[in-house]
Ligand binder design. Structure first.
Ligand SMILES: C[S@@+](CC[C@H](N)C(=O)[O-])C[C@H]1O[C@@H](n2cnc3c(N)ncnc32)[C@H](O)[C@@H]1O
Length: 245
């Protein structure tokens, strides 16, 4: 009996939702992935310390989700900006602003602006504009995002590789099985390509961010960190710090 091949995730819908603020308001993850790991939190805190922001001033966190980093820092004035009202309800300190970061502007100068696993949800063509607008009024900036492929994408890739290795034995298989393996390979390749394309769009380009912030007069440093989660998942993150010269 030939197996029926069912394409898994409708990739196009997934891509659109990833960048849709309305999706965040309904159900999208209210937390990133790095702050879920004690090791990750420590990395972010260390990066923040390196910026030496003045706690007597004000600070802003964009997209705090369920892990508002600013809540634990000693700034005189704290502002949290998120598109999702549920997120803001959960924050018990500071000023809360419901806004889409793409149309939000900082009115006053801020000592520190935090953008932790948020830029990935902004369409790539708008990311630099968003950061540059915030940079206009920021003395220091922290940007964190994940660089690793998702597990869904890795699964598609592994499936594609398995099918490729099965193809080597094709001449020795009965014809109906050869046809089935070819079809599975084609489908697996298509799934993998679509997911990989989707991931490329999600991934934040830190080199471009660095160049644009340097042009704006910041001293920029960004590092790549590998982490292993309690369930053995391996992830790669970039943590960027920028300080006005
Ligand atoms: C993946 S969560 C990260 C949350 C938290 N910073 C963390 O690291 O756990 C992304 C957050 O950004 C918010 N967000 C997504 N798109 C946004 C937009 N266009 N404007 C403002 N906030 C947005 C989401 O509501 C969510 O709280």
């Amino acid at each position: 009996m030939p197996r029926k091949i069912i394409p898994r995730e409708p990739v196009r819908r997934f891509t659109t939702d990833w960048f849709n603020p309305r999706y965040h308001q309904r159900k999208f993850p209210h937390h990133g992935t790095l702050m879920q790991q004690p090791e990750g939190k420590a990395l972010v805190r260390q990066a923040l310390q390196g910026l030496h922001p003045n706690p007597a001033g004000s600070a802003v966190e964009i997209g705090p989700g369920r892990a508002p980093l600013l809540a634990e820092l000693p700034f005189r004035e704290k502002t949290f900006v998120d598109v999702n009202p549920e997120v803001l309800k959960g924050i018990k300190t500071g000023k809360k602003v419901r806004a889409d970061i793409r149309s939000f502007t900082l009115k006053n100068t801020t000592e520190l602006t935090i953008i932790n696993e948020v830029l990935t949800h902004i369409p790539p063509s708008e990311r630099i504009k968003v950061v540059e607008a915030l940079a206009e009024k920021s003395q220091a900036i922290l940007i964190v995002d994940r660089l690793t492929f998702s597990h869904q994408t890795m699964r598609e890739f592994i499936e594609y590789e398995i099918n490729r290795s099965r193809r080597i034995e094709l001449p020795h298989k009965p014809i109906p099985e050869q046809i089935r393996i070819e079809a599975e390979l084609t489908q697996a390749e298509e799934n993998w390509k679509q997911h990989a394309a989707h991931e490329r769009v999600k991934r934040v380009d830190f080199e471009r961010l660095e160049a644009s912030l340097e042009r704006k007069g910041f001293e920029v440093c960004w590092e790549i960190h590998h982490t292993i989660q309690p369930d053995e998942k391996r992830e790669v993150y970039a943590i960027l710090t920028a300080k006005r010269k």
